[in-house]
Design a protein around this ligand. Structure first.
Ligand SMILES: C[S@@+](CC[C@H](N)C(=O)[O-])C[C@H]1O[C@@H](n2cnc3c(N)ncnc32)[C@H](O)[C@@H]1O
Length: 297
């Protein structure tokens, strides 16, 4: 972690899950995201990594996987996820940074990153961390905020917005919140050695007036019908991209999944305090069932 550290959108202590999802009238967005995930994710597998898991809003949607590893930079978000999902061998709770993932190569046969790329100053660096943790044949589902959405296009045409929705540059609409161009995200995935395949456009009707006046089930059904148009054109604020790792499907590694995020050693021994790294002698604490790769002892 000694090399340069990009700034991080820190959710420590945030009431995001409660305010944004539970009290924020976002049932429509939540339901259409669930449909997209169900369409893109294989029915099941061995071990799935959820990057930027937050309070685990999506975790119950990965039922077909034997084990789910939730990683988030914020300990309080991971604690919320643990409260919601409970302690069990199925769920592994990890506090860590996507730029310095604490996982060995080929530890997972699936990964998701939903509503997290838009906080990353260096998305390519994050994608290049995720890729080696996946076995050949693995699936990666990436959701990102699309700058080329209809609202941005209309605002630009009517001169309400200076930046062009068609340019490749990322748009930071508020601090550490970025919208990206679909072509650029596609290029980053290729550069990180993923094979990007189909896309679903999601949240076609994210307009308050519509959400207030059209019945929820109707909006969800219409969105569901339109999601597959994402293979041809993406004009929604949110895009779900399916990418795979080339190669004949392999088995996830057996034994320990851990790698020291500081020195890359795979020799991490379980002790009473946590995981002790043989390489750099750091101890990564495990407290209340949560692995902490941010604050070594
Ligand atoms: C908008 S929330 C999304 C949470 C969840 N995926 C969802 O859709 O409900 C973004 C999450 O990304 C996490 N995050 C931001 N930067 C991160 C980083 N560098 N490494 C790991 N997690 C990060 C935040 O802590 C936050 O929980």
């Amino acid at each position: 972690m000694s090399e340069s550290q990009p700034p991080i959108c820190d959710y420590e202590g945030s009431d995001y899950q409660e305010k944004f999802w539970e009290q924020g009238s976002r049932e429509y967005e939540d339901r259409v995201e669930a449909i997209a995930l169900q369409r893109l994710l294989p029915k099941g597998g061995s071990r799935l990594l959820e990057v930027g898991a937050g309070a685990g809003r999506n975790t119950s949607r990965y039922q077909g996987y034997q084990q789910i590893v939730l990683l988030d930079y914020s300990r309080t978000q991971i604690e919320l996820a643990q409260q919601r999902l409970g302690e069990s061998e199925r769920y592994v709770y990890v506090v860590g940074d996507v730029y310095h993932l604490p996982f060995a190569q080929e530890a997972f046969d699936a990964a998701t990153m939903i509503r997290t790329l838009h906080h990353l100053v260096e998305p390519q660096k994050a994608l290049s961390q995720i890729r080696p943790t996946l076995v050949p044949g693995a699936t990666f589902i990436l959701e990102y905020a699309n700058k080329r959405n209809l609202k941005a296009i209309a605002r630009w045409l009517f001169r309400q917005q200076a930046w062009s929705p068609f340019g490749p540059e990322a748009i930071e609409f508020t601090e550490l919140n970025f919208n990206f161009h679909p072509r650029v995200v596609y290029k980053w995935l290729k550069q990180a050695s993923f094979s990007p395949e189909r896309k679903l456009t999601v949240s076609h009707f994210r307009i308050n007036l519509l959400k207030r006046h059209v019945p929820l089930n109707v909006l969800v059904a219409l969105d569901s019908m339109m999601q597959r148009t994402g293979n041809w054109i993406q004009l929604t604020p949110s895009v779900f991209q399916f990418a795979s790792v080339e190669g004949a499907p392999g088995r996830v590694r057996e034994g320990s999944i851990w790698r020291c995020p500081e020195c890359d050693s795979l020799e991490l021994q379980t002790t009473a305090e946590g995981l002790s790294c043989k390489g750099c002698k750091r101890i990564w604490p495990v407290r209340n069932g949560i692995y902490d790769f941010k604050n070594p002892l």
